[in-house]
Design a binder for this molecule. Structure first.
Ligand SMILES: Cc1cc2nc3c(=O)[nH]c(=O)nc-3n(C[C@H](O)[C@H](O)[C@H](O)COP(=O)(O)O)c2cc1C
Length: 362
């Protein structure tokens, strides 16, 4: 694949973000069925591949129906990263991405993820090494704006990645310390676009289709990546081409059921497989319940804030909007059992759960 073709692939694309747990293979397949054409694996630790860990090899597996699949690698050692890049290429990845954004202490303390961004030279060396490790596929870098507000070194990071030979750069428009507290800074993403000659994919806060065009217009990025948006509504990919879809509870239930079918196909419809499916399904249901449709006054909910009074048109939609454990378990078990989601059989919501829910959302 030459870089020109890769740039074309990214141009206008809504890219499915790399997400630990969220970008599991059956969820990626669901997104492909709903229109995704560029997908990415969960973060995969290069050292664990080197150690031949089965769980890590499962993460780099490509689904046969994925049109353009990237594997994201995390690591600090250039040799290990180069070797892993070659490995994932030989296993069918269409491109290899490097994680320079993971904020989690467990990883940053070991010098992985966002901590690498503090020393842009290390970004350059890792990209260079990985470029040497592959024969055909593009290598990309996913960065943040910096470590914190006092250290917004995103231009240095982006230039280092480009100098190292990165074929594209993804910018998540927040610093490591900001986590999700602040809105993504699309103007900063625009600065990266103007500072490098390689294609830039912007990332942060995209939940509705009109936001994709706005983000591109504001920043000039070639493509837009979404993480939480596609966890909350996997049909965002269809919306990216068709415009806003006002799906009712039944239509959403059908999509969730399709995930169950794909997950059972992947993990197996036996006791062990169903336990895995339940674990993932319960996790996904925790995101699906955050869906809110366009408000009646025509304005749009945002990802940063939970809707106080979401517009609900049926008892099913009211059930799907509940975020208390009892409801999430009920929805999960009914979907897994193939039973209809009957709001009449749902457990009552305790006042305590109501309060916890509000506190948790802060
Ligand atoms: C559940 C979850 C898991 C994530 N795992 C990864 C990961 O493995 N690698 C990575 O680069 N970013 C990861 N991220 C960050 C996203 O890729 C993305 O950069 C961030 O969520 C901002 O995009 P959003 O505003 O669309 O959610 C994760 C995000 C979420 C919500």
């Amino acid at each position: 694949m030459n870089p020109m073709t890769f740039a074309e692939t990214l141009t206008g694309a809504l890219v499915m973000a790399p997400m630990t747990k969220g970008s599991n293979l059956p969820y990626r397949r669901l997104c492909v069925e709903l229109g995704a054409r560029v997908t990415m694996s969960e973060m995969t630790v290069a050292r664990r591949l080197k150690q031949k860990r089965k769980g890590e090899f499962a993460l780099i597996r490509r689904a046969p129906d994925e049109p353009f699949f990237g594997v994201q690698l995390a690591g600090t050692n250039p040799e290990e990263m180069a070797w892993s890049a070659g490995l994932v290429e030989s296993r069918g990845a269409d491109w290899v991405d490097i994680n320079f954004g993971c904020p989690i202490d467990h990883f940053t303390r070991k010098g992985l993820g966002a901590s690498i961004g503090r020393q842009p030279n290390r970004i350059r060396r890792l990209v260079e090494a990985m470029k040497r490790g592959v024969t055909r596929v593009p290598v990309t870098a996913k960065i943040r704006l910096g470590w914190n507000d006092d250290d917004r070194n995103f231009l240095d990071q982006a230039k280092a990645a480009a100098d190292g030979g990165a074929d594209a750069i993804t910018v998540h428009g927040r610093t490591r310390n900001a986590r999700y507290r602040l809105a993504a800074d699309w103007d900063a993403i625009g600065q990266v676009v103007r500072a490098v000659t390689v294609p830039v994919v912007g990332n942060g806060d995209v939940l509705f289709p009109h936001e994709i065009g706005e983000a591109r217009a504001r920043s000039g990025c070639v493509g837009v990546m979404s993480a939480r948006g596609v966890l909350i509504k996997p049909w965002l990919f269809r919306e990216a081409t068709e415009g806003y879809l006002d799906l009712d509870g039944e239509a959403r239930e059908a999509i969730y059921r399709r995930y169950v079918a794909l997950a059972l196909e992947h993990w197996g419809d036996d006791e062990h497989g169903r336990a895995r499916v339940r674990e993932f399904l319960r996790w996904h249901v925790g995101f699906w319940c955050r869906y809110a449709r366009r408000r009646d006054d025509g304005s749009w909910p945002t990802m940063q804030q939970r809707e106080d009074t979401p517009v609900l048109r049926s008892r099913l939609e009211a059930l799907l909007a509940r975020a208390d454990d009892a409801a999430l378990d009920f929805v999960t078990d009914a979907l897994l059992a193939g039973e209809s989601l009957d709001p009449g059989r749902a457990p009552a919501m305790h006042e305590a759960a109501r309060d916890t829910d509000l506190e948790a959302e802060g």
